[in-house]
Design a protein around this ligand. Structure first.
Ligand SMILES: Cc1cc2nc3c(=O)[nH]c(=O)nc-3n(C[C@H](O)[C@H](O)[C@H](O)COP(=O)(O)O)c2cc1C
Length: 191
């Protein structure tokens, strides 16, 4: 959705979260995919494409992942992450800094697991953990549904701040905002 910068920062951000929510149900929405940055164990930054699966009413963003994937260890070590969205047609960029929480074998995981199709579940039931060196394996990697939801995990990301950039022919517009004491405040800054 086009951003109406005459609105208050709080309203702009509220509308943005509605847009993100839409992206979780609209497979063609550009905000369906986003880029999650973590800090590797050796302190290098690491980014990867992920699917935005759910936006909770308390504005937490949910990503599904394999509990054995390196990003889990990275987040255990450093739970401050960054999440980037880009909408090419609208030329909108959203950048969040967020605090990540790992869910594994809890009620949130169970609820989301039960909503996944069998095909969707396969991604979290591979016999070999993500990143395994395949040089020594002859057979193609397969999955085992008897793992159930053992390796299914959810990252819930709670944004701490936002950096919103809207490119435009008539001039670019940028707004930054902070989430503190349960509410967003924001201000325009130089793009
Ligand atoms: C379009 C696309 C969507 C992806 N979605 C996810 C996802 O939702 N969750 C996930 O863990 N990995 C997803 N991946 C794979 C990750 O980008 C990454 O390769 C994988 O999670 C391993 O990351 P790590 O080694 O940093 O933990 C996706 C990749 C692509 C290309």
């Amino acid at each position: 959705m086009e951003i109406d910068f005459t609105n208050s920062a709080e309203e702009i951000i509220r509308n943005l979260f509605k847009d993100l929510e839409r992206a979780t149900v609209d497979r063609k929405h550009p905000f369906r995919f986003c880029y999650l940055a973590t800090t590797e164990i050796d302190q290098f930054p690491a980014q990867r494409t992920v699917v935005l699966r759910r936006v909770l009413p308390k504005q937490e963003l949910l990503i599904f992942t394999d509990y054995r994937s390196p990003k889990i260890q990275e987040i255990k070590q450093q739970n401050q992450v960054s999440l980037l969205f880009y909408h090419p047609r609208l030329q909108q960029q959203i950048r969040f800094q967020a605090t990540a929480k790992i869910h594994h074998q809890d009620s949130l995981c169970l609820t989301e697991w039960n909503k996944l199709s069998d095909h969707g579940k396969n991604d979290y039931q591979t016999i070999l953990p993500p990143g395994t060196d395949l040089s020594y394996y002859q057979e193609s990697p397969s999955h085992d549904s008897s793992f159930g939801s053992d390796f299914f995990s959810i990252l819930s990301l709670k944004p701490r701040n936002i950096d919103l950039l809207q490119l435009g022919r008539g001039g670019h517009i940028r707004m930054v905002g902070e989430f503190e004491n349960g509410e967003w405040t924001g201000r325009r800054v130089m793009p």
